[in-house]
Design a protein around this ligand. Structure first.
Ligand SMILES: CC[C@H](C(=O)O)C(=O)SCCNC(=O)CCNC(=O)[C@H](O)C(C)(C)COP(=O)(O)OP(=O)(O)OC[C@H]1O[C@@H](n2cnc3c(N)ncnc32)[C@H](O)[C@@H]1OP(=O)(O)O
Length: 277
């Protein structure tokens, strides 16, 4: 019987030799050669993130953090269409007040903060469109590898909100100030190649995404977990300060405030109406 990575680790019985995968509501976790892959499995919703995906991602972070055989975490989406279309608008459109929005935004914000500061290298394997919170998820990872031609965009401003999961704060940490502010304010999509040109994407692969990603990561997984942890701890120390956390969570407060606006409500309604929701 192939243990699920999550179940096996919880019972301390995971058979790590041949790897294993578990497909559940909204996610699939598999581990091969020290690489743990977390796949968002909601292709009919372009891999949009709902509460179930949040909970599964949080559980996966805990296990990867604790498991010495887990050396690198890769996050990707199922199918060819999308990496992640951000928050599930059909679910989160029910949230009307600042308080209701803040509860959801802070839940995912905390998860992305944990991802940002994970003591293992992380990769967003961008298999398709990355939009809104999908770009925030990708930004929280150390590296971004994308399939040639896919489109990415911090489109939140078109919905009359800002990023709400810490994405802007992380982007200002990881990119030159003017490049980060430009892509946030323009709220347009760009190709993987354009994103590589400005330094948001690190590798663009023409095809065979997983194989190419695994080959690229062999240079990391052939190092001891202790060394990987030590370098990541040095890298993320700057983000474990109270001052950074205050900036990170202030973004979430601002998004929650904007969430309440009539403009935001109408923008989401128009997206959903276009799909007769
Ligand atoms: C919660 C806050 C968070 C943050 O920033 O902090 C956010 O992420 S805000 C949300 C930002 N996301 C978006 O605005 C993306 C909206 N979706 C799109 O722009 C397009 O769907 C796109 C570009 C992702 C894909 O376009 P494509 O033409 O390939 O597909 P469709 O638009 O026909 O969509 C197919 C199917 O998926 C459903 N869908 C897509 N995105 C979402 C979403 N974010 N939430 C829920 N459902 C989504 C869409 O409704 C269609 O469903 P169907 O039942 O077939 O009508």
């Amino acid at each position: 019987m192939r243990f699920s990575y999550l179940e096996g680790k919880k019972n301390g019985k995971a058979n790590k030799k041949d790897g294993h995968a578990v497909k559940g509501r909204g996610k699939m976790i598999e581990e091969q050669h020290g690489i743990v892959s977390f796949t968002i499995c909601r292709p009919s919703r372009r891999n949009a993130i709902d509460y179930a995906v949040m909970d599964e991602l949080e559980q996966a972070l805990t296990l990867v953090e604790q498991d010495d055989e887990a050396k690198v975490l890769v996050i990707t989406g199922e199918g060819e269409e999308a990496f992640c279309a951000g928050g599930d608008l059909q679910v989160f459109h029910q949230l009307k007040t600042k308080e209701e929005a803040h509860a959801m935004l802070a839940k995912m914000g905390n998860i992305l903060y944990r991802l940002l500061t994970l003591s293992k290298p992380t990769v967003a394997l961008i298999n398709g469109t990355a939009i809104g919170g999908g770009c925030e998820l990708a930004t929280a990872c150390d590296f971004r590898f994308a399939r040639a031609g896919v489109r990415l965009g911090f489109v939140q401003a078109n919905l009359a909100i800002t990023t709400g999961w810490g994405g802007a704060t992380m982007l200002f940490e990881k990119m030159p100030y003017d490049q980060a502010l430009n892509i946030l304010l323009r709220a347009k999509t760009m190709t993987a190649e354009e994103a590589e040109h400005i330094g948001f994407v690190h590798r663009v692969f023409p095809d065979s995404l997983r194989e190419r990603c695994e080959k690229e990561l062999r240079e990391y997984t052939n190092k001891s977990t202790a060394v990987l942890r030590a370098y990541k701890e040095a890298a993320v120390a700057r983000w474990k300060t109270e001052q950074f956390r205050q900036r990170f969570f202030a973004e979430i407060e601002r998004c929650a405030y904007l969430w309440e606006s009539e403009e935001h409500d109408q923008a989401v309604q128009s997206f959903l109406t276009k799909r007769n929701k």
